[in-house]
Design a protein around this ligand. Structure first.
Ligand code: CP
Length: 369
């Protein structure tokens, strides 16, 4: 793989963890993206992705899906792309979709797959530092996908490997309250697919726990790549979107507003993005409080379908609880997109891995017979 390995290593060697960690996200991008292709190498933040990369990723995801429909030659071709390479999925925080979709994406591309889901089964349980564990993992595989309960844990892995002799890519599947960039990728791919491959000019309502939800934060950063986007934030007072995202939107002249009345704004939306209350971050008594305070005003009732535009979609990163009326799960309305959204995650991740390993042109050039 062509990377600016030597140059990055020289620069990375001079930066200790404290300095690296304190850098602004935009200044870290040089340590994350491939300087030759501009594509991501490690994946930590949405800000690593510009319009060109996002458009390419959506095209590659679409094409890989089509190729995969050809069960014989198409699937063999996809499998040949990364045959002989290995991926480790190191998930020490619960996950269904991110874990399974990455694993399946890796298999589609022919990678051998290893996983660690419980750090008690790795030598971390014997006191090995996370830094040493990551270096050890990198000895056996060509890609690490990592989800961790601690903030900056994946970023620390990136810092470690950028300084090591075996600089393999790490993709964040979520790290404490940090971003969930691959969720944002699949969300953008879902919008792209749902609106005839056009993401510009959309009004998106984000509703629920906007304070702690890492998906809405990651998706908000992508807005700067598209024209005429508008965000409407609807949340309980104590779970509002943080100032850093609002400052980012202001800086990039992206229109946003905060609203209390969900029902009132539904007819304005092209995309309604529901989220659950992230009470796993609450402590003690707050757990109950976090739930009780939310109330019906932040849930999607079945009758709200009548308020939605004819051409609009209801998204949810999942898992969900009771924030969407369950009868909508089986109603067959094409605007209920969240089940397709989670499957889109697999294709977005196929495209991302292919781009990291510089296989995207092979996919785009493949002639489907
Ligand atoms: N959306 C998402 O990250 O789901 P999982 O937690 O199941 O991976």
């Amino acid at each position: 793989m062509k990377t600016n390995n030597k140059e990055i290593k020289e620069r990375a060697h001079k930066i200790n963890w404290r300095e690296f960690s304190a850098m602004e996200e935009k200044d870290k991008i040089v340590f994350l993206n491939n300087s030759q292709t501009g594509n991501p190498f490690h994946v930590l933040f949405s800000q690593q992705f510009d319009r060109k990369i996002l458009d390419l990723l959506c095209k590659v995801a679409d094409k890989a899906r089509l190729i995969h429909k050809n069960r014989d030659k198409g699937r063999k071709f996809l499998k040949s792309l990364l045959f002989g390479t290995f991926a480790l999925n190191f998930f020490s925080q619960p996950s269904s979709r991110t874990f399974l979709s990455f694993e399946t994406a890796q298999e589609i591309l022919g990678m051998g797959i290893r996983d660690i889901r419980d750090p008690n089964t790795s030598s971390e349980a014997k006191g090995e530092s996370m830094e040493d564990s990551i270096r050890t993992f990198s000895s056996y595989v060509d890609l690490i996908v990592m989800r961790h309960p601690e903030a900056k844990a994946v970023e620390r892995g990136v810092w470690v490997l950028n300084r090591s002799d075996r600089r393999i890519p790490i993709i964040s599947g979520g790290s404490g309250p940090d971003q969930h960039p691959t969720q944002a990728l699949l969300d953008i791919y879902t919008i792209y697919k749902s609106f005839d491959r056009k993401v510009d000019n959309k009004t998106i309502i984000m509703i629920g726990d906007l304070l702690r939800g890492r998906t809405v934060r990651s998706l908000s950063y992508f807005m700067k790549n598209y024209k005429n986007m508008k965000l409407i934030f609807v949340s309980p007072r104590h779970l509002r979107m943080k100032k850093d995202i609002k400052d980012f939107l202001k800086r990039h002249k992206i229109s946003y507003q905060e609203e209390n009345n969900f029902k009132k704004v539904i007819p304005l939306a092209d995309v309604i993005y529901m989220t659950r209350i992230q009470d796993e971050w609450d402590k003690g008594k707050n757990k109950q409080k976090s739930h009780e305070s939310v109330g019906q005003g932040f849930k999607f009732k079945a009758e709200y379908l009548n308020l939605m535009k004819k051409k609009s979609i209801l998204m949810h990163p999942l898992p969900k609880r009771d924030e969407i009326d369950v009868e909508l799960d089986y109603c067959g309305d094409p605007r209920i997109i969240y089940w397709r959204q989670e499957r889109n995650g697999m294709w977005a991740r196929v495209a991302l891995i292919a781009m990291i390993f510089q296989k995207e042109q092979d996919i785009l050039r493949y002639k489907i017979k």
